[in-house]
Design a protein around this ligand. Structure first.
Ligand code: ADP
Length: 215
């Protein structure tokens, strides 16, 4: 009898424990213009919340480093500060998520950058029985962004960080094609702004406070 109860408990946990885990999954979109500090904050957040950081920019740079066909294609857009086509980007993102299905959630950094990417992400997560938890957008004004990126360009070796014209183009692309993603998720009640100016720790504290509201 005792062992029967044990077995029932075991199956109950196996089934409902899984569902509980799924519900708790955090899928955060860390949003904001180039140079707003998404990468820096993502690195700090992954440690605290045990998430996988997926930066589409980093994934492209990895492909470029390995001179793959995807890297060669992506480079032609990135060097000009243009967006890599949606179909290529979405496929790459989905492959990365699928290869890491065991993690407790994701920080999406630099993705989605268009409405089409947002719709693809929503459909993809829905198929997996999960969804976007929230979008947190780091707010920094344009002149501060330009000076941060030019500063980063001195050491990053990134061609797109070393030329003010390309930087301004990236900010314009952000305003035209990417900023609407904020409203897309805001309509679902999921978007919020976070002040992106201050010390790393101050910004981290604001982001953490917002994330803690989700759970
Ligand atoms: P930043 O946020 O500083 O612009 P990223 O590393 O996120 O840096 O992106 C660098 C470049 O990589 C972008 O300008 C763009 O060309 C390309 N890229 C990154 N993510 C995407 C995306 N989701 N869709 C299209 N292009 C992307």
């Amino acid at each position: 009898m005792n062992s029967l109860i044990k077995r029932i408990k075991y199956f109950f946990n196996a089934i409902f424990g899984q569902q509980l885990k799924k519900r708790k999954m955090i899928n955060l979109i860390l949003f904001g213009p180039p140079g707003s500090g998404k990468g820096t904050q993502a690195e700090m957040l992954v440690e605290k919340y045990n998430l996988l950081h997926i930066s589409t920019g980093d994934l492209f740079r990895y492909e470029i480093g390995n001179k793959t066909p995807l890297g060669v294609e992506a480079k032609s857009y990135m060097d000009k500060g243009e967006l890599v086509p949606d179909s290529v980007t979405i496929r790459m993102l989905e492959n990365k998520v699928n290869a890491n299905s065991e993690v407790g959630g994701f920080i999406f950094d630099g993705f989605p950058r268009t409405i089409k990417q947002s719709e693809a992400l929503d459909a993809f997560l829905k198929e997996k029985g999960t969804s976007v938890t929230g979008l947190l957008s780091l707010k920094v004004d344009d002149d501060e962004l330009v000076s941060r990126l030019l500063e980063r360009g001195k050491t990053s070796g990134r061609k797109d960080d070393s030329n003010e014209e390309i930087i301004r183009n990236r900010i314009a692309v952000y305003n035209n094609e990417t900023a609407p993603v904020y409203n897309y998720y805001n309509e679902q009640g999921l978007s919020a702004y976070i002040n992106g100016v201050g010390t790393k720790d101050e910004i981290f504290a604001s982001l953490s406070e917002a994330i803690d509201c989700y759970s």
